[in-house]
Design a protein around this ligand. Sequence first.
Ligand SMILES: Nc1nc2c(ncn2[C@@H]2O[C@H](COP(=O)(O)OP(=O)(O)OP(=O)(O)O)[C@@H](O)[C@H]2O)c(=O)[nH]1
Ligand SMILES: [Mg+2]
Length: 332
Amino acid sequence: MVQTQKEIQPPSADAPPEIGAIAAALRSGDIRTCARLISRVERGEPGLVPLLQALYRVGGRSRIVGVTGSPGVGKSTLVSKLIGFWRKRGLRIAVLAVDPSSPFSGGAVLGDRLRMREHTCDEGVFIRSMASRGQLGGLAKAAGDALTVLDAMRWDVILIETVGVGQNETDIMRHASVVVLLQTPMGGDDVQAAKAGITEIGDIFVVNKSEHPEADRTVSQLEEMITLGLCLHPETTWRPPVVKTRAINGEGVAELADHIDDCFAHLAGQPEAARRQLRERAKHRVGELLHYMLEQRLRSDSGQLLEDSIDAVMKRDSDPYALAAELLARMD
Ligand SMILES: Nc1nc2c(ncn2[C@@H]2O[C@H](COP(=O)(O)OP(=O)(O)OP(=O)(O)O)[C@@H](O)[C@H]2O)c(=O)[nH]1
Ligand SMILES: [Mg+2]
């Protein structure tokens, strides 16, 4: 992440003139420009590509932290408390709350806004929700573009909140350097979900609602699972800590913030691992865009060929491999 001060430059001479104005506004921390740009990103405006290219090239400075866990586990409440903690230290914080399960910008997303309401008048805080409605080409792609915008603004911390354990959420979490995984102590279900593989993406585990009598048992279960995971991956040098929090009153939040700092310090002390992580992230982003571009192409130029030839596949006079290869060959 070492980078010299780079100005936001249009990627080519024929790039639209708006780039300069938008870039200057973002550089000065203009929240309205940021919000408008993210709305355009959500609509998937194709004309935005040159701007996003320019913004990507000056990014890579913000600390990106993911916060994930089942619905209602307390993510937004905890995020709000983390914002408060970091604001006292003078850090500028952006939050992207991504809800792949909701087609609406209401519901849970509105709840997030309410829970983080205390920060909405603060110029040093930006909070944005994204639901799956209206994204051409998927929420993960739109979220990646929104992160490009936020990253170019050089927020000290960008928090991504996303619900659940599905593929979309895992994809979104891949944008984060440090992932905080929340559980509650209510029964064994959450721990089961963790066993199903999500532990692989967690760098820090939080047992929220820790006033519950089962909290300590959940902590030990998680610690056991982490030890097991470390045995399976002995090359890992970071041992994910387990933190108890009570997000509603802020208990454990300072400790969590310390662990987040430690995790970044650990990464910084392991340049090779940090480089691998950045490389994987860049590859993932390229893959995601490639997928999106192929899909767009399929919808436009090749859509007719697909429609004309799919019956033959259906009747088994042809096969999916042959048609996929033909479609690919026709894309220049
Ligand atoms: N008892 C208790 N309740 C909590 C705690 N933290 C959060 N809550 C409550 O749990 C409910 C859900 O909290 P949210 O912060 O909205 O949870 P979330 O994970 O963001 O939920 P979604 O975004 O809908 O997935 C709210 O009513 C909170 O007040 C806690 O530590 N203890
Ligand atoms: Mg929430």
